[in-house]
Design a protein around this ligand. Structure first.
Ligand SMILES: *[C@@H]1O[C@H](CO)[C@@H](O)[C@H](O)[C@H]1NC(C)=O
Ligand SMILES: *[C@@H]1O[C@H](CO)[C@@H](O)[C@H](O)[C@H]1NC(C)=O
Length: 468
């Protein structure tokens, strides 16, 4: 009996011990779980708080950035005191779904540009003319841009748009470093071009044509400008570059027989130009390019059939030119400084680097340039050319001509033209039958202090496209 109760007691003690042990055990695990949980909650709380703080900083920064942009926009427009506030009204953020998307600097610049283009002019006689700089992978675009920016008197009247092909990072960085002074656009189509096998080595010309086409579409159709001056990234420009284009702009608009104004004289080498006649301008049937102005009307006509390559020779074909002429100066308002490019470096060494860049300012906008309108010009030109004393190359060369005034050297065949041109140092090539700087078949230049016309017969009746 005693033994039994002792046994019972022992068993009870054992059971109690076990129960107590498990009770204790379960309480500590519960405590441990609770601790883990609360640690987790705390850490989560910290994380969330940190996130909120981060977001607040980010949001604050974004707001500051946008405010800065807005202030800049406003400052820019107030300084120039634009009468209408289409540009001030630009809003810098827009809604996408339910989140506010901040506009990038580039988007804001583009909208500003469109608003500017829509104005067409700043005032009477102050048309807005976009300057399109064609760029690819030459970092020397910096030299060109520095000059264009330094010389421009009004950034609103001459907005500079740099169109870049090739995605060349270094060049892009340089263009970006100009900040608000230029708008940088990039040709998005970098796909391979399908080029006929035997033209593979001319791939560069295909890329250039594609880029020109895209860039001009942007200028006229995307941004909506009416007029643009195209400049390539390897050009130096003269002090009166803008004044020249502004002064000739009314001619381009008024005279439908004109299709471009070019800053370039193909025979503009020292020794072939009158350096005291910086004011002198001409009409030419030869499309010179190299710094030239065109209107949206012309682009509407050309863009629908824009070629895949060799655009400059294409534009010179009769189907495109349709007997239209360009204005060109006695002294070039551009000069190319870069010999590395798609076209031959040899051509630069032999010819391009001797082009005389005008260094004086001619107030073209204050001059009467109506002598360049076709009706006035042609009569005077033909009169002057065919009333000039006829001389031979050797007479001209000797400098022993006694009669005053301009002289004429006649040519009758393609070969005599080429021979004479070569001897005089003139360009002797043809494009679609037109010699460089030619007007009605006449090449006008300056030699031994005398105005000279290398001219066909009076019965001349058009270019022979088989001459090349
Ligand atoms: C701002 O932009 C949004 C979206 O682009 C447009 O719906 C809204 O009308 C604009 N507001 C003003 C004041 O221009
Ligand atoms: C400008 O020159 C033309 C001749 O080319 C002349 O007929 C016209 O009267 C001139 N205009 C002015 C305003 O002088």
């Amino acid at each position: 009996m005693r033994k039994k109760s002792i046994g019972l007691l022992l068993i009870s003690l054992l059971v109690w011990g076990i129960i107590t042990y498990f009770l204790f055990l379960s309480r500590t695990t519960a405590n441990r779980d609770k601790n883990v949980l609360s640690n987790q909650i705390n850490s989560l709380k910290t994380q969330v708080q940190r996130k909120i703080a981060d977001n607040q900083i980010l949001l604050k920064r974004l707001i500051e950035l946008q405010q800065k942009k807005l202030d800049e926009l406003q400052a820019a427009t107030t300084v120039n005191s634009l009468p209408d506030d289409s540009i001030n009204n630009l809003n810098s953020s827009y809604l996408v779904g339910s989140t506010v998307k901040l506009k990038t600097e580039e988007e804001i610049k583009r909208e500003k540009l469109k608003a500017l283009a829509a104005k067409k002019s700043l005032a009477k006689d102050l048309p807005i003319i976009a300057v399109l700089v064609i760029s690819c992978n030459r970092i020397t675009v910096e030299r060109c841009l520095n000059q264009l920016i330094k010389l421009r008197t009004n950034a609103e009247q001459f907005p500079i748009i740099v169109s870049q092909d090739c995605e060349h990072k270094q060049t892009a960085d340089i263009i970006k470093s100009f900040g608000d002074q230029v708008v940088h656009i990039q040709q998005p189509d970098q796909s391979d071009i399908d080029i006929p096998l035997r033209e593979k080595k001319f791939k560069g010309y295909f890329k250039i044509a594609r880029h020109y086409g895209w860039a001009l579409n942007q200028i006229f159709f995307e941004f909506g400008f009416d007029t643009t001056i195209i400049v390539e990234d390897d050009l130096d420009v003269a002090p009166d570059f803008y004044e020249y284009f502004l002064g000739t702009y009314p001619l381009l608009v008024a005279d439908k027989s004109l299709w471009c104004v070019s800053a370039w004289n193909d025979n503009g080498k020292s020794g072939l130009v009158d350096e005291t006649a910086a004011h002198l301008l001409y009409r030419t049937d030869f499309f010179p390019g190299l710094g030239w102005m065109l209107t949206k009307d012309l682009w509407q006509e050309l863009s629908v059939k824009w070629p895949k390559a060799y655009w400059d020779d294409w534009i010179r074909q009769p189907e495109q030119r349709k007997n239209r002429a360009c204005i060109r100066p006695e002294l070039s308002r551009t000069r190319t400084f870069g010999k590395v490019g798609v076209s031959n470096g040899l051509f630069y060494e032999k010819h391009l680097k001797y082009i005389k860049l005008n260094d004086q300012f001619v107030p073209f906008t204050k001059m009467n340039l109506s002598y360049l309108l076709k009706d006035n010009y042609d009569i005077n030109f033909v009169n002057q050319v065919y009333h000039s004393t006829v001389v031979s190359y050797s007479e001209l060369k000797s400098g022993n001509i006694v009669t005053p005034g301009s002289v004429r050297i006649p040519y009758h065949t393609r070969q005599t033209f080429k021979n004479t041109a070569k001897m005089l140092g003139l360009m002797d090539d043809f494009r679609s039958g037109v010699p460089r700087t030619g007007y009605r078949g006449v090449i006008t230049f300056f030699y031994n202090n005398r105005r000279v016309h290398l001219a066909p017969n009076t019965n001349w009746n058009g270019y022979d496209i088989s001459w090349s």
